[in-house]
Design a protein around this ligand. Structure first.
Ligand code: ZN
Length: 72
């Protein structure tokens, strides 16, 4: 009986430990995302419009807001 109780106790600790680990990982992911978005704003080399880097067109070192401006 004591062995079963000990096993259940260890199992409970393992579940709680796993739960807190997952919670910490989620919290870290939420903290990282806003920082990435804030640091990725660029300005178009042709018209100076500020847009996120994911939506920009990169030609060498220069960033453009659209395909038309990258070709001018
Ligand atoms: Zn532009």
């Amino acid at each position: 009986m004591n062995i079963i109780r000990l096993f259940l106790f260890l199992l409970l600790i393992w579940i709680v430990w796993g739960f807190f680990k997952r919670k910490n990982k989620k919290a870290l992911k939420i903290q990282e995302k806003p920082n990435v978005k804030q640091g990725t704003m660029i300005s178009c080399k042709h018209c100076g419009l500020h847009i996120p880097i994911e939506e920009s067109i990169q030609v060498g070192d220069a960033n453009f807001c659209c395909k038309e401006h990258s070709q001018l």
